[in-house]
Design a protein around this ligand. Structure first.
Ligand SMILES: C[S@@+](CC[C@H](N)C(=O)[O-])C[C@H]1O[C@@H](n2cnc3c(N)ncnc32)[C@H](O)[C@@H]1O
Length: 270
């Protein structure tokens, strides 16, 4: 059975070829080089502690180097700087001590939520985020209100669309990315037109809720604890992501694909 980090790694591997293609076809290295003063800046938002982020960052720097070579710009090869971002509570010490010694980039840690600004205007060439944007900044207050129609009694997940979170994320990145840069998002999702409750993840969350209710019936925890516990995650569909990106108006979608990185994992959007 796949554990969670290796499932995420399978997801990142499944999109490696797509990222290589997009860098080869879409990355405007001449425009970027003229504004970058010789440094190509990459951010991994929600990087955790590794090692998946190290593999992804090496793949991206390799693909960008390849692009410079194929454009006849090998003599102007940039230096690379990678910004590793996660919440301030992330174990950045573990990340830093396990940085690959042979890496081809300078490493910087950036603590803070990616739902807000993390970088100065036009300071990044490439933004990558893998299996992180499904995490919500907060659970809706309504779920905890006994008088609300969506009070979440006995359940641990409610599929309400997190428009503000993804909108805030896109607004911030639109300011931070250079013109001609790329934003790659890998996120677990649900197929278009499938109700959240019918998707694999919905069934898993319902099962988890039932297990907790079973524990409450045995007196191990209280029902009130189950009622007030809600997982702050949301799995968007390609249609929802398209609408949010179009509403932002600063990005164009160059590729969006659903992959199934490994058996048992849910769909994946790039
Ligand atoms: C499931 S892990 C994915 C780690 C890694 N990107 C990978 O693909 O293996 C999600 C990570 O996103 C981080 N994260 C969630 N919400 C975040 C936010 N608002 N700002 C920064 N990091 C966040 C979590 O702390 C966690 O380390």
């Amino acid at each position: 059975m796949n554990d969670i980090p290796s499932m995420q790694r399978a997801g990142a591997n499944a999109v490696k070829a797509i990222i290589d293609d997009v860098i080869a076809e879409k990355l405007d290295v001449e425009k970027i080089f003229s504004g970058s003063k010789g440094t190509f800046r990459i951010a991994d938002l929600g990087c955790s502690v590794g090692p998946n982020t190290f593999i992804a960052m090496q793949n991206i720097t390799d693909a960008v180097q390849q692009k410079y070579q194929s454009q006849g710009l090998a003599f102007e090869m940039p230096e690379f700087q990678v910004f590793f971002n996660d919440h301030a509570s992330n174990d950045f010490n573990t990340l830093f001590v396990s940085l690959p010694p042979e890496r081809s980039y300078f490493a910087t840690g950036v603590p803070g939520s990616f739902h807000g600004r993390l970088f100065p205007n036009f300071s990044l060439d490439f933004v990558y985020s893998s299996y992180a944007l499904q995490c919500l900044s907060k659970v809706s207050e309504e779920l905890l209100n006994k008088n609300s129609a969506v009070w979440n009694k006995g359940r641990v997940h409610y599929a309400s669309a997190p428009d503000e979170d993804i909108t805030a994320f896109l607004d911030c990145r639109a300011k931070e990315l250079m013109v001609g840069g790329l934003l790659v998002l890998i996120m677990p999702g649900v197929p278009n037109g499938i109700p959240h409750a019918s998707a694999l993840t919905g069934a898993i969350f319902d099962f988890l809720g039932q297990c907790l209710m079973g524990m409450a019936k045995e007196g191990l925890i209280s029902e009130a604890q189950v009622d007030t516990f809600n997982l702050p995650v949301y799995f968007a569909s390609p249609k929802e992501m398209t609408q949010l990106v179009e509403r932002n108006e600063c990005f164009s979608i160059e590729r969006m694909e659903i992959t199934l990185p490994c058996a048992g994992a849910d769909d994946l959007i790039v």
